[in-house]
Design a protein around this ligand. Structure first.
Ligand SMILES: C[S@@+](CC[C@H](N)C(=O)[O-])C[C@H]1O[C@@H](n2cnc3c(N)ncnc32)[C@H](O)[C@@H]1O
Length: 178
């Protein structure tokens, strides 16, 4: 199964959907920057990702976290990004790394997208988007789901663990029982 690209949520009516698909849904909430490979490994390790996991990266960039989760850990993964250029890069990376059967990339606004089937959620956003996302993480994710954030915390939601890798902090939370 090829890596799939989701539908535009807010695409204008056009007789040329491919052309519309090149237009971002709206501006990103966070500028693109990619997590270095050692940090990606550390994020997967901190979440203890295994082949039983479904790993979402909300704001997936070039897809490296989801692809690494599939390739190195055998997990399934979903990457969501608002920028079609990123989704195209992620889809190409999944093809190059031979994991298109286990990963999906979706062009969508992460604040509108569904992610309730995740067992692990990866974030590399900013403080404000983290806090805006927090109520949905706590109410929509199943208890036991792990949330990992690179560089930014979740305000007064105390993390279960914090690691320092290459001068950056990586935070881990577990969704508590309801
Ligand atoms: C700092 S980059 C992180 C990329 C990747 N997760 C990594 O760690 O390598 C943030 C990404 O979030 C995306 N983004 C920003 N706002 C978004 C939104 N509202 N919905 C979906 N993606 C968004 C950007 O396009 C960018 O690719």
């Amino acid at each position: 199964m090829a890596a799939a690209c989701g539908l535009l949520l807010a695409a204008p009516a056009t007789p040329f959907p491919q052309a519309a698909a090149q237009v971002p849904l709206r501006g990103p909430d966070v500028a693109y920057a990619s997590a270095p490979p050692a940090i990606v490994d550390a994020m997967l390790e901190l979440a203890r990702v295994t082949r039983d996991d479904v790993v979402y990266d909300l704001g997936c960039g070039d897809g490296r976290i989801v692809v690494a989760a599939a390739k190195a850990r055998g997990a399934r993964g979903v990457g969501i990004d608002i920028d079609p250029a990123r989704i195209a890069e992620a889809t190409a990376l999944a093809r190059r790394e031979g994991v298109t059967d286990r990963v999906t990339f979706v062009l969508a606004d992460l604040f509108q997208a569904a992610f309730a089937d995740a067992t692990v959620v990866m974030l590399y956003l900013q403080p404000e988007p983290n806090l805006r996302l927090r109520p949905r993480l706590l109410t929509e994710l199943r208890p036991g789901t792990r949330v990992v954030s690179l560089s930014y915390d979740m305000g007064d939601w105390t993390p279960d663990d914090v690691r320092r890798v290459g001068g950056r902090r990586i935070y881990l939370w577990t969704i508590p029982p309801r």
